[in-house]
Design a binder for this molecule. Structure first.
Ligand SMILES: [Zn+2]
Length: 265
């Protein structure tokens, strides 16, 4: 098969050159046989660290920001899981950590506080849906805490995306990443942010939507979008960005530059 030369050029530019660059996955999870992990996970959706590492090496994802599945799927062992990942991370240059916070468990605030002083801790992860609390009851407390520590909150999107993001207008020294770019509300929340401190990531499955990334970049700019996988196939996730109908600069921002600017010292 002979490829048309401009198309050849496009593929070379999109795939080959881009795969040479360092990619950063800011949203991922892993299993390690702990309480609360999904029983549904099996060989078809492997999520142990060894497998995830191998896939990442293959695709040029050099750094991955993690929290364990156990700590986001259940509230039983959040403190211990935060400690577990912190230990693991010491020997793994590719791992960075979100410290998981359930605002109802008060000792987690002091754990977060002390971990935030350490290297490779990127911020606070919250999951109101699986931890089963109403985010609007706790958003002020969590965001004020993050604001005091000038850090970032990675939030699983609640039903009330726009209302919750509006709470961040009171806290200009924190950043809020609303995970799983997937609905119009993600884009509205970023556009409405008074201090420009609201962002999103491409993790999850919603990037299969045929114009989602392109529309989001057009409306709010690629500087507001981070690359993430949420453990779903990084081949699919990386491919979606590399082959998107956006500029090379936008791809670089999403796959790497935004994360470096924000998190890598
Ligand atoms: Zn997640």
């Amino acid at each position: 098969m002979v490829l048309h030369s401009s198309r050849k050029q496009f593929l070379k530019w999109s795939v080959i050159e881009m795969l040479d660059m360092e990619i950063i996955d800011i949203h991922c999870h892993f299993d390690h046989g702990a309480v609360g992990e999904s029983a549904k996970r099996n060989e078809l959706h492997k999520a142990d660290l060894a497998f995830l590492k191998k896939e990442r090496e293959r695709l040029g994802i050099k750094k991955t920001f993690m929290s364990s599945f156990s700590s986001v799927c259940s509230t039983e062992r959040i403190y211990e899981e935060n400690e577990y990942l912190f230990e693991k991370m010491q020997k793994a240059t590719w791992l960075y950590q979100w410290v998981v916070l359930d605002p109802r468990e008060k000792r987690l605030f002091s754990q977060v506080e002390s971990l935030l002083k350490k290297d490779k801790i990127v911020g606070i992860k919250i999951h109101p849906e699986l931890h089963k609390y109403e985010i609007l009851d706790y958003a002020d407390e969590i965001f004020a805490f993050a604001n005091e520590h000038k850090t970032t909150v990675l939030m699983h999107p609640p039903a009330t995306i726009v209302k919750t993001a509006a709470v961040a207008d009171k806290y200009p020294d924190m950043n809020l990443i609303i995970a799983h770019l997937g609905v119009m509300e993600h884009i509205d929340a970023i556009a409405n942010a008074k201090h420009g401190n609201v962002y999103t990531d491409t993790s999850g499955q919603a990037s299969y939507k045929n114009n989602i990334l392109e529309y989001a970049v057009e409306k709010v700019g690629s500087e507001k979008i981070f690359f993430g996988t949420d453990t779903y196939s990084c081949a699919f996730q990386v491919g979606r960005i590399l082959l998107a109908g956006i500029s090379k600069k936008d791809k670089e921002n999403i796959l790497r530059n935004n994360a470096i600017k924000f998190f890598i010292k």
